[in-house]
Design a protein around this ligand. Structure first.
Ligand SMILES: [Fe+2]
Ligand SMILES: [Fe+2]
Length: 171
């Protein structure tokens, strides 16, 4: 994928959102267990890469420049999704809760994407208003995305690390 394919950083991130939505739809309509597992793995990889480029590069560029609540909620929403992502990957597609986990993940992602793309008030709209160069940002996101895609191909990505949520394990 060439970076010229996307006009700027927001176009690139939105294209990721559309791709994952499409994969979730395919998951819902797939009939075989193997196909569902294959799609779930693709979804989890895409989301891990997307969350990482947003958290490492995109989000921090706007810290203190957009509403704090929105900024912080984005990280918490990512962490919530990562708990399910890591669980789904580790499940190997087995277990009676497998499909429920993927469905709830899709609902969480749906909410999060709406918060990012909401016209005028969403994360992306506020980010655009800062005047930060979104073409330069696109190039940075793209470079990191390509690195992570390579890593995913060669041996796979490690479980997603939580950024702000601290998991209380069973006492
Ligand atoms: Fe996003
Ligand atoms: Fe996000």
């Amino acid at each position: 994928m060439a970076k010229e394919e996307f006009t700027d950083a927001i176009a690139l991130l939105k294209a990721d959102h559309r791709k994952v939505e499409d994969l979730f739809e395919k998951f819902q309509s797939a009939s075989s267990k193997d196909r569902k597992w294959e799609l779930a793995q693709q979804i989890c990889n895409e989301l891990k890469i997307h969350a990482k480029i947003e958290e490492e590069i995109f989000y921090p560029a706007f810290e203190g420049k957009i509403e704090d609540d929105l900024y912080r909620e984005a990280f918490v929403e990512h962490d919530g999704a990562k708990v399910l992502i890591n669980d789904i990957v580790a499940s190997g597609g087995e277990g009676e809760y497998f499909e429920a986990k993927v469905t709830v993940l899709s609902e969480e992602i749906d909410h999060h994407v709406k918060e990012e793309e909401k016209p005028a008030e969403g994360f992306f709209a506020q980010a655009r208003d800062t005047g930060i160069d979104m073409v330069e940002m696109r190039d940075k996101l793209m470079a990191r995305k390509q690195e992570l895609e390579e890593q995913a191909k060669n041996g796979g990505l490690p479980p997603a690390e939580l950024a702000v949520v601290e998991i209380a394990t069973r006492a």
